[in-house]
Unconditional design. Sequence first.
Lengths: 310, 310
Amino acid sequence: MILDVQQLYVHFPVSSTVIRAVDGVDINIEQSETLAIIGESGSGKSVLGLALLGLLPANCTVNGVIRYHGNNLLTLSENELEMIRGRKIAWVPQNPTGAMNPSMTVGNQIGEPISLHIEKNKTKIRKKVLELLQFVRIIPPEERIDSYPYSFSGGMLQRSLVAMGISGHPEVLVADEPTKGIDIMNKQAITYLLRVLREEGITLIIITHDLPFVQNFADRIAVMYSGRIVEIRGRQGFFDGPLHPYSRGLLRSLPENGLHPIPSGTEDSEENDGGCRFRFRCTSAIERCRIEPPLIPFPEGSAVRCWLYD
Amino acid sequence: MKGEGCMIEGRGLTKIFSPNSTGKNRITAVDNVNIRIEAGETLTLVGESGCGKSTLSRLLLLLIPPTRGEIFFEGQALKGLKGKELHSIRKKIQIVPQQPESSLNPRWKIAYSICEPFRIHPDLLRGRQIEEELKRLIGLVGLEPEQAARYPHQLSGGELQRAVIARAIALEPAFLICDEPTSMLDVSTQASIIHLLKTLQQDLRCALLFITHDQGLAHAIGDRTAVMFAGQIVEEGRGVLDRPYHPFTRRITSISDSGSLQPSEPQGKKIPGSCVYYQFCPKKTEKCLHSPEMMEYEDRRVRCHNFSSA
């Protein structure tokens, strides 16, 4: 086990109320596995990813344990975190245009983690960056290394971010929506890159709502809803027969399954009254759902948070 | 061939951008495109980033003039129309863009944005009528009146897209362009937005041009599909993605999300006058050094010398 998240809570105080972005998440991530975290916008998946890197904004309260090789990342000092972040656990942010510094060449931005963590010699860094650009198929690298982000297409920027993420040889790569808004050719290129990394044994955590993208790719799927994990399954099991009503709804929303949207909730569904959070949108809701179900274990490490399986 | 129901037609549309006055580095963004969409019909347009999809939609929106070619709207040639005449045609052509947040004024309340078309065309509705129409529109797209009183930053991506759709249909357009309206949304929200667009299209009997990278989506919603590559429509017809003829269409439809294929790269230099797909094509022959014309084959149009239907 490379990462062990236990009872993680990330809450944001907003004027008079508290946004519970991550609300009691437990998950183990095995060495060299590819875990996809899926869920709708606002389900807390990006916040969970940021928490793994210790990149949460200062105004939130974090509770719980994130154990990485036995150390709790949440109790490390900023200096100790610096040794891990970008070096051992790296991040590929979403929105490539916004994530790049517009006034710095792409080559220098990709080389930054290397110069921080591994190598100070500028010639060697440049050589390494050229290799990385070649690897992510930004070619010819010699002509592109000194370009500024504005001259790159969205897909090239996305691949540059992957190059930046892996430039410190991390053990774990967390990629946030790596296929959002890019075309099929670029999506194919990103999928190919992540596949190569996976075969090299890197642990991948992919935060996405692109289900076809993870369908042939992830080892396990974790479904998040309203700050909680509602289902953890092996990929095959998930796509063959999702358990949680929310997971089933997600699959039914896909174009190939008829584009059936999940019914939207009512206003009270935003309130957290201690019951199952999905019950206001759930077609299978029963009286018992007023009490929130626990994660009910299934064989082979699967689990689902739904009374239907009690 | 000017059919009764033909809503919009482009003939020989070409758009050349010249970044500098010397005429060097000219970019042919749209290259001799013929396109027609009937009333009540949906044409989906698929293609890579940068292939000219958005330039084509801007031509059809009459936002930029074509370098060559003509546009007919409800059978009427638009060439030479100015000022008032064009103003009254423009209101019948609307767009739902990819990023709703950047097409809404952040300092306007949602309701004020939705009513903007009535301020641009003040001869249609007045005072109380506008308020009633606003109520009807937000009900139609599934927003709460209370949400219309908010500012864009207070709504989610799906809610903003609903607001933009309300604005686009306010003047009951005859032709609606949807430029990847759901690529930034999660699957369930995507499904509900697509349902909304299809329902509205049936009610308004408008022609719909739906631009997308998502082939699953193109499948699910389009009557006909046009595939674009390097500024040209290379294949068009029904069932194009099920039974592709053109080598490029074959390529994009054979990509599985597994990413097992390596991304292909252009071979050799671009040869002037050759087929646009020449550098990438596995089936190229000597004939392909001369760009092919669009050929009709049964109910299909294909721009390739060597296409096969098998």
